[in-house]
Design a protein around this ligand. Structure first.
Ligand SMILES: *[C@@H]1O[C@H](CO)[C@@H](O)[C@H](O)[C@H]1NC(C)=O
Ligand SMILES: *[C@@H]1O[C@H](CO)[C@@H](O)[C@H](O)[C@H]1NC(C)=O
Ligand SMILES: *[C@@H]1O[C@H](CO)[C@@H](O)[C@H](O)[C@H]1NC(C)=O
Ligand SMILES: *[C@@H]1O[C@H](CO)[C@@H](O)[C@H](O)[C@H]1NC(C)=O
Ligand SMILES: *[C@@H]1O[C@H](CO)[C@@H](O)[C@H](O)[C@H]1NC(C)=O
Ligand SMILES: *[C@@H]1O[C@H](CO)[C@@H](O)[C@H](O)[C@H]1NC(C)=O
Length: 703
């Protein structure tokens, strides 16, 4: 090596060293520039973890009530779950945009994707008109929702740790993000959904591909025999997509298929993905098998007859075209005990199970796919903020109170899909069309608890109650979607009542604390929608009851009204009959199911309801013409309530606008338009105006 060359080398090294130093210095500078030497701490009253549908929905309610809140999201856009799932990109939530009705509230009964807001056109139908939309539409909709409502979302903030802390006497939470910045929150909403694939440990479970990572191109499955573990919607979605390519699809799980149209539970198998049921029942090579997952064993064998013994553990990356190995399913109890539990060195030769010549799954498979759903990620919660596992759903979900606060974590609420433990396999709380209403209910609880704003209530004269109930039953979407879980509560107060909408009925014993409304000695009514409790053949004869006298036998969704003289206690709630949303009431009324879901007919619906209300309220709730009120007020010491609250109060009810016009022209009414509502409340007259009627307090019949 010449001297010159050595010099050049030394120089080069020097330059490199300086460059390195510079880059280190600049990195140090950039780090300290970002955090000014210390990690920043942000303070908020409300922190929302996750910008999915539940997080944005709560963000909207907090924003509307001008609260200090922040939504923290680890990804760069909202609804990232929908960027990836469902894998085959077809949403199965109904997007029915034509209902033949103009009523926005009613239409939400058939729109399963929109979130709630005061903007009437901020609906999902703006991004998709398909009944079962493409999944890409959902993040698009959420972005639009966030933008148009101006919600405060902080993206690219990955919270890795949540711990509890004492905030001036009450429990609050500190969230730490990936840069070490802390967020101190008085109230925390966990809206992170379910992300962790549910797995079951069995011999050979490492040989199985997961729904989260399988290829979605059907060509990858050409002429392959596929075993799918699971019989839920993700399993059937997978089967549906490869039905035309795979040679044979078998589906294996402990429970038989539960069809949503039979169980009325939208988490069960929906008809949109169930073509495999046809190919099974028409004997076209596909099939369903029941059996436990814990006691199976999946073993691998090369096509060379089991000679190749490969050690397992590693995920297979073999391309489908060069796939040689096949998988056998057997029962672990049949495995030769001398084999270790590692599937790697179990060969098909020592499997007595598959030698049984009548074993349904005796043929080998080219792939085994796990589609068992998802679970909640409990791992980011520090011991001080530990969420407990609920007893339902095999512990996949956190345990919550009836108002969605974590058990043992005060001021930490779980919303959205992860809050489904309250109504798992019962109602729609795990789905957007259900939890959008739960979020609204939780927000009302918060307003009362932290800001002393009582649950909103409409004050009605008792004579208006019947019409008001009929209106709710025929258009309200909350109790309709969240049947059996959210119900309207009517606090009776003699001549008046307070009408509270969409209260979580499982929290009924805590009604006064949660809502800030008192129950008087007149008792209360609770209106919930319910399916029949008895399993019936949902497509067979006699599946629906049509006689109002047998309304309690209704099988489809129908309104049920419970009457309690006293607020049910915690003990009553615990001891309620199986399947009942509420404890045994002092009186109960079922409104007979209706084929059109229109509960507005006089004989079948409104008269029986009126009789029931009259029984509970011990008063006459009939409506009378002014003439009759006049006569009754002369002949009866206590004229009917309707006359007392209307006619005798110089208020009345005059037909429709034609009659009104007539009354004015006949000089029965002053000509000016001063219509005042009976209860000093706009909503009822709005309803009546809607119904083509008019209310006025200025009638002055010349007696
Ligand atoms: C659970 O959350 C933690 C913290 O964000 C993350 O590191 C981990 O990967 C998550 N677990 C799964 C299985 O996704
Ligand atoms: C800031 O956060 C980082 C990452 O969590 C941590 O290593 C560091 O100690 C923190 N610094 C201070 C001053 O708290
Ligand atoms: C295999 O697993 C079963 C159950 O998990 C266990 O009882 C058995 O001892 C294991 N056998 C070996 C050889 O590890
Ligand atoms: C199975 O593998 C283990 C080590 O992983 C080995 O000790 C054992 O001998 C193997 N058994 C057979 C039957 O090959
Ligand atoms: C298979 O045959 C055996 C012996 O005949 C019988 O005991 C067993 O019940 C059969 N299994 C099935 C799944 O039919
Ligand atoms: C439910 O089924 C039981 C037993 O068949 C029957 O006695 C009961 O009347 C049924 N209830 C309803 C509401 O149909």
């Amino acid at each position: 090596m010449t001297e010159g060359a050595a010099m050049v080398r030394v120089l080069m090294e020097l330059v490199l060293a300086i460059l390195c130093l510079l880059s280190v210095v600049s990195r140090v500078l950039s780090v300290s520039g970002e955090h000014y030497g210390i990690n920043k701490t942000h303070h908020h009253d409300y922190c929302i973890l996750g910008a999915g549908p539940a997080g944005l929905q709560m963000g909207y309610f907090l924003s509307r009530s001008h609260r200090d809140y922040i939504i923290l999201e680890r990804n760069t856009g909202p609804g990232s779950f929908f960027q990836r799932y469902p894998r085959h990109r077809k949403l199965i939530s109904i997007n029915k945009i034509y209902t033949g009705r103009q009523n926005k509230e009613f239409n939400l009964r058939h729109d399963w994707n929109s979130l709630l807001s005061d903007q009437p056109d901020l609906l999902f139908q703006r991004v998709s008109e398909d009944l079962y939309p493409h999944a890409d539409a959902y993040p698009l909709y959420l972005s639009m929702f966030e933008r148009e409502l101006g919600l405060r979302v902080k993206y690219a903030t990955d919270i890795g740790k949540v711990r509890a802390a004492d905030f001036t006497g009450s429990k609050g939470y500190i969230l730490t993000d990936q840069h070490g910045a802390d967020y101190k929150c008085r109230v925390l909403f966990v809206c992170t959904g379910l992300w962790v694939p549910q797995q079951v440990d069995f011999v050979g479970s490492d040989l199985v591909e997961g729904y989260e990572s399988i290829p979605t191109d059907p060509e990858d499955y050409k002429n392959q025999a596929v075993l799918i573990l699971g019989k839920g919607n993700s399993a059937f979605e997978t089967a549906q997509s490869i039905l035309g390519r795979a040679s044979r699809i078998h589906m294996y799980s402990p429970s038989p298929v539960r069809l949503a149209w039979k169980t009325h539970y939208v988490g069960d198998l929906r008809a949109v993905n169930n073509e495999l049921l046809d190919t099974y029942q028409l004997k076209s090579l596909d099939g369903l098998v029941e059996g436990g997952l814990e006691d199976i064993a999946i073993v691998r064998r090369g096509q060379d007859g089991g000679k190749s013994r490969r050690t397992g553990g590693k995920k297979r990356t073999v391309k489908s075209t060069e796939r040689k190995e096949q998988f056998y399913l057997t029962l672990s109890e049949l495995l030769d005990n001398r084999n270790s539990n590692k599937s790697g060195n179990i060969t098909a030769e020592n499997l007595p199970g598959y030698h049984d010549d009548n074993f349904s799954l005796r043929q080998p498979y080219d792939r085994v796919i796990r589609c068992l759903g998802f679970r909640f990620n409990f791992s980011i919660y520090d011991g001080s903020a530990r969420l407990l596992h609920s007893s339902c759903a095999r512990g996949r979900l956190p345990a919550l109170t009836a108002w969605y606060e974590g058990r043992g974590t005060p001021n930490l609420f779980v919303l959205g899909t992860a809050a489904h433990s309250r109504d798992y396999r019962m109602s729609a709380g795990g789905f957007i069309h259900g939890f959008r209403y739960t979020v609204r209910a939780v927000h009302k609880v918060l307003e009362q608890r932290y800001h002393n704003i009582a649950w909103p209530a409409t004050r009605l004269s008792t004579s208006q109650l019947l019409s008001w109930i009929l209106k709710r039953v025929n258009e309200a979407s909350g109790p309709y979607q969240m049947f059996g879980v959210l119900g309207d509560v009517i606090l009776l107060q003699g001549s008046h009542c307070e009408y509270l909408e969409e209260f979580p009925v499982q929290a009924m014993p805590q009604l006064s604390t949660l809502s800030g409304r008192l129950v008087s000695e007149h008792g209360l009514l609770v209106l919930v929608m319910q399916y029949g409790l008895n399993r019936t053949d949902t497509l067979g004869p006699g599946r629906a009851e049509s006689e109002w006298t047998k309304a309690w036998k209704s099988n489809f969704l129908h309104p049920v009204i419970y009457y309690y003289r006293k607020l049910p206690t915690e003990k009553d709630m615990k001891q309620r009959p199986v399947g009942w949303p509420l404890p045994r009431p002092d009186a109960v009324h079922h409104m007979v199911e209706d084929f059109l879901t229109e509960w507005d007919q006089p004989i079948s619906h409104s008269q029986p309801l009126r009789h029931f209300l009259e029984h509970c309220l011990q008063t006459d709730l009939r409506a009378f013409y002014a003439e009759s009120c006049f006569r009754l007020s002369l002949t009866s010491r206590k004229p009917p309530l309707f006359c007392q609250q209307g006619y005798l109060n110089k208020q009345g009810f005059v037909g429709n606008s034609h009659l009104w016009q007539h009354a004015r022209e006949a000089g029965l009414m002053p000509a000016h338009q001063g219509s005042v509502t009976p209860a000093g409340d706009g909503t009822f007259s709005e309803f009546l105006t809607h119904a083509g009627a008019a209310v006025t307090s200025t009638i002055n019949f010349d007696l």
